[in-house]
Design a protein around this ligand. Structure first.
Ligand code: HEC
Length: 155
């Protein structure tokens, strides 16, 4: 969860994106970020642990197109990336935490994320964002990224 912050602590509250530093540094940063994302997905996080019921039982119906627009207009993308792939904030899709956990986290974040109250983002807005997150394509597998494959082969 803290991978991006570990890589660039000075950027932890920044609303911008880390620019690729080119060459080896970028490759190493990319590999570390991807590994971090994988570890993050595998480990139960705070919000993750909050909702234990099966996702299908509580996922409300949401509108993917509207959710995508809201993800941009509410600025979620500034920290989580346009495709929710992660940035300053963690990766959010394509397998988001259960809706109840997402809802309570967005309303009462525990870390660096700013809270979004029901006045700002309604439950329906968040249900639409949840639908958008769930609709995202699977990220490429590590073995399908040539730069990483090359580097692993050399070690
Ligand atoms: C200013 C940066 C920022 C913005 C804007 C932001 N987030 Fe976050 N978000 C974070 C960070 C950083 C975390 C990691 C935990 C923390 O520090 O709060 C996080 C964590 C989360 C989590 C918990 C993930 C998990 O697996 O535990 C969810 C869900 C989430 N954000 C959804 C959203 C949504 C939806 C929006 C837009 C309405 C949004 N965030 C906007 C920075 C941001």
């Amino acid at each position: 969860m803290g991978d991006a912050r570990l890589l660039a602590p000075e950027k932890s509250i920044s609303w911008g994106h880390a620019q690729p530093r080119g060459g080896l540094a970028a490759a190493v940063a990319l590999a570390a970020a991807l590994a971090g994302a994988l570890i993050f997905m595998a480990l139960p996080g705070t919000a993750r642990a909050a909702g234990r019921e099966p996702k299908a039982a509580q996922a409300p119906s949401g509108n993917v197109t509207r959710g995508k627009k809201l993800f941009t207009s509410y600025g979620c993308y500034e920290c989580h990336g346009r495709a929710a792939q992660g940035g300053t904030g963690p990766m959010l899709g394509p397998h988001p935490i259960p809706f109840s956990a997402l809802l309570s986290y967005v309303r009462h974040p525990a870390g660096n994320m700013p809270p979004f109250t029901a006045k700002v983002a309604s439950d329906q807005d968040l249900a639409d964002i949840f639908a958008f997150l769930s609709s995202l394509p699977e990220p490429p597998k590590l073995k399908d990224i040539p730069l990483l494959r090359e580097r692993t082969a050399k070690q």
